[in-house]
Design a protein around this ligand. Structure first.
Ligand SMILES: *Cc1c(COP(=O)(O)O)cnc(C)c1O
Length: 440
């Protein structure tokens, strides 16, 4: 730390920078997600965003296909969410949650409990932390109820649960960061990825490896964690809900807790409020995030059943040992309440169904391209899986030229647009996506 940093003159601050200078400073000093600091991929400066459009500093407007990583489901700059944020910030942006509470946190709890049927809510700052909290809850539950041998987690391959330590340990063993941190990450149990696709014909054989895993190691396992029906960042894969139903039963038979990570799938992305609803199951612990705060603020929650909450509270220290500084942030809670109010619109499920049928129709032509391995759609999620990894930098340049915003990863080019996208905008987005994939 330079002690003369205090004397930083305003001419160095970015208000006075040209866009080129700003980008140069960004490139030199600011880390972006999953990028090198010495050779980062190009980034695009954004001036503002409204509705389904992201406006770049040079005035170009892009139709957003990403909802800022599943979060901005109402689009940007939404009047109702803005109003909720303004009203709350004039009361208080934040107060500590230790020993204090407030209307936004209680109202949000009412809404989440009503939606999920899970009666206890733990707020945190991000999805990854919500997963850490879920894991800590499962482990503390087992400790408190005398199951001290149950210290491990089980999951399926192809998952993604976040970038913090325990979350990382249950991400896909090959595609995740296990190799990078080999010997340091906790070792967990992995069954193969569920193989039968959503809408495919269920075969009992698909569940056998998980059944065998639990038969062999059930008494060491505290919880199974899984993304219900849709595996997101681990491969954009949609699997048969019967798998989840079998898993619920198996966990019950073996005294294992089931953690559903609904951070990507929650809040109607799949056409139902939560993806667990496709299997008619309730998990013991559920993580929500991303769309929870409508893409406005980093915010997440972990919900639990009565049994888990009671178990944790039943033995010394009789408390759950977690409490982030910004827990229950009033601003985030207020925006989340406004977001859930919008999501309660009776016409929403029909709108998602309409987006789904348009995605099916508009992305189908890509299946004919030699470079395309698979095209799949579920709810408001459209995926084109390529045979070879996509050159992200080059692909994004062409997206921006075409007036759309899509960020592929690996062999996957996918979109999950804001729910407020119009039919025309969706047509433009999908047409550009198919065309760009065709040129790849
Ligand atoms: C994004 C994601 C997370 C992590 O959430 P962050 O807010 O990025 O920490 C965890 N689980 C799933 C399923 C996700 O999609």
């Amino acid at each position: 730390m330079q002690i003369y940093g205090f004397f930083l003159k305003t001419q160095y601050l970015c208000d006075n920078m040209t866009i080129e200078e700003l980008l140069a400073y960004d490139r030199e000093h600011v880390w972006h997600p999953y990028t090198s600091m010495t050779d980062p991929l190009r980034v695009y400066p954004v001036a503002r965003a409204a509705g389904v459009y992201i406006e770049l500093a040079d005035g170009r407007r892009l139709i957003d296909g990403m909802s800022s990583w599943w979060s901005a489901v109402h689009g940007y700059n939404h009047p109702a969410l803005n109003a909720a944020a303004h009203a709350q910030i004039d009361r208080m942006a934040h107060v500590m949650f230790g020993g204090l509470t407030h209307h936004p946190a209680v109202e949000l709890a009412q809404r989440l409990v009503g939606l999920t049927g899970l009666p206890h809510v733990f707020y945190s700052d991000s999805g990854s932390v919500a997963v850490e909290v879920a894991v800590k809850m499962a482990l503390q539950y087992m400790q408190a109820t005398g199951h001290t041998r149950r210290t491990k987690l089980a999951t399926v391959a192809g998952g993604y649960h976040g970038d913090t330590w325990h979350a990382m340990s249950v991400c896909d063993p090959v595609g995740g960061m296990h190799a990078l941190y080999a010997g340091r990450l906790p070792v967990q149990f992995f069954a193969p990825r569920p193989g039968v696709p959503f809408g495919g014909e269920w075969t009992e054989a698909d569940f056998e490896p998980m059944r065998a895993l639990v038969a062999a190691h059930g008494d060491e396992i505290a919880a199974v964690i899984i993304e219900p029906v849709v595996q997101g960042a681990g491969g954009m894969w949609f699997y048969h809900p019967e798998y989840l139903r079998r898993l619920r039963t198996l966990c019950d038979e073996h005294g294992i807790l089931l953690i559903a990570d609904e951070i990507a799938t929650g809040f109607w992305r799949t056409g139902r409020a939560f993806a667990c609803e496709w299997a008619y199951i309730t998990p013991d612990i559920m993580c929500v995030g991303k769309a929870l705060s409508g893409g406005y603020l980093s915010f997440a929650a972990t919900l639990t059943s009565e049994r888990v909450a009671d178990g944790i509270s039943s033995a010394a220290p009789h408390v759950f040992m977690h409490g982030p500084t910004f827990m229950g942030n009033p601003l985030a809670c207020a925006v989340a309440c406004a977001s859930l109010e919008l999501l309660a619109a009776p016409e929403l499920p029909a709108r998602i169904a309409q987006i789904e049928s348009m995605l099916r129709q508009l992305l189908a032509p890509a299946a004919d391209f030699a470079g395309v391995a698979d095209v799949r759609v579920f709810g408001a999620i459209g995926v084109i899986e390529m045979r070879e990894p996509v050159d992200v930098g080059r692909f994004q340049e062409r997206c921006v030229e075409a007036g759309v915003w899509i960020r592929p990863f690996g062999r996957l080019v996918y979109i999950m647009p804001p729910y407020i996208i119009t039919d025309d905008e969706l047509r433009t987005l999908c047409t550009a996506m198919v065309q760009l994939v065709g040129e790849t």
